[in-house]
Design a protein around this ligand. Sequence first.
Ligand code: ATP
Length: 231
Amino acid sequence: MLELTNISAGYDTGLVLRGVNLTVPPSSVVALLGANGAGKTTLLRVASGQLRPTTGSVSLSGVDMTGKRSEQLARRGLCHVPEGRGIFPSLTVAENIRLQTPPGVDKRKAIRDVAEVFPRLGERLDQRAGTMSGGEQQMLALARAYISKPSVVLLDEVSMGLAPRIVDDIFVYLRRLADAGISLLVVEQYVARALELADYVYILDRGRLSYVAEPFEISEETIAHSYLGGL
Ligand code: ATP
């Protein structure tokens, strides 16, 4: 479980997040929605240890991780799939998977597991990651998250710029991660799909949480307002 409590954070240019509370319970999917510039990516950076909050705390499975570095959070089971993917483009698919395989896990088994869960990657194990399509690279980023057996995965706009058919596949894979007991915190531009996948929805409006609910409680009007910055 990931818990962000009373988070304020920002950059040299000023504060972006103000007093945000967000919880990702075990085995659940949380969608984080909001207009451009609302602070979604900034919140993921705080959660993954890339950005130290000005105030507030970050806790993972009950352990206070405020101010800890990304690698320390990763070791405790938090995996961040950033916008722009975070894979090694000059390495092959299989090499990317080997690099991410945790110590003590057989690398060949990890590759077999990936090929089973992500068949399109199974057909491309010897292909350099950078030569794959955008959607396939995104699948590889998800596969890397999957084999590191995290407890929480943060996903920033994983479907950005992909064809709708590929986005369908990506959402099937996200469902598989969730069904495998991995909690997801998802920032997503496809609101309807995010709502379908999510157990809980948070809406950020100019750095403050404006709405927290279960998906069925959210009206289209609420969403439209938040994206127009009008709540
Ligand atoms: P989008 O949906 O457009 O990706 P977002 O909700 O993810 O937006 P953030 O990327 O968190 O929003 O940005 C929130 C604010 O912080 C914006 O005004 C942005 O310009 C600013 N910001 C983001 N990164 C930095 C940075 N490295 N330095 C200074 N300001 C930044």
